[in-house]
Ligand binder design. Structure first.
Ligand code: DQA
Length: 143
């Protein structure tokens, strides 16, 4: 079974409570459960993680590079300015799918219009809500 990491960056642990008008009512725990279920349906072994600490995410991406594990990544605010994240994503061997619940490109804050992840992503799924994660897993399962 193909193993897939679904990695989430800062503040996404507060899904369901954090700006629900933008990010929806689904909690992080519900998201993790949904991703595992979607993965099982697609024949993927999905592991979902979230951190508010950038070094954790970098370590997970370094491990994914060594283990050639496909990654679904919502790096949240780090997406927009972390060159360490850019470098960590650059070394990935297996496909990387960038996901955002909202569509940062359509939001008023100009800082959201830049992504350090996109240059390394096989595809970007944004503005699809939580379903974007399902679409990302589907993309990886399709190979
Ligand atoms: C986000 C969009 C980012 O701009 C923001 O900083 C987030 C969440 C999204 O999923 O829509 O924290 O990545």
């Amino acid at each position: 079974m193909t193993r897939v990491l679904v990695l989430n960056g800062p503040n996404l642990g507060r899904l369901g409570r954090r700006q629900p008008e933008i990010y929806g009512a689904t909690t992080y725990d519900e998201l993790a459960e949904l991703c595992e279920g979607w993965g099982a349906e697609l024949g993927l072994e999905v592991e979902v993680r979230q951190t508010n600490h950038e070094g954790d995410l970098l370590d997970w991406l370094n491990d994914a590079a060594d283990e050639q594990t496909p990654v679904v990544l919502n790096a949240a605010a780090w997406t927009h300015y972390s060159y360490a994240l850019y470098d960590a994503c650059a070394q990935l061997v297996a496909p990387l799918v960038e996901v955002h619940i909202s569509d940062p490109g359509q939001r008023p804050e100009v800082f959201r219009h830049t992504s350090v992840v996109t240059p390394h992503a096989a595809t970007v799924i944004a503005g699809q809500g939580i379903d974007g994660y399902r679409q990302a897993l589907e993309f990886l399962a399709a190979g």
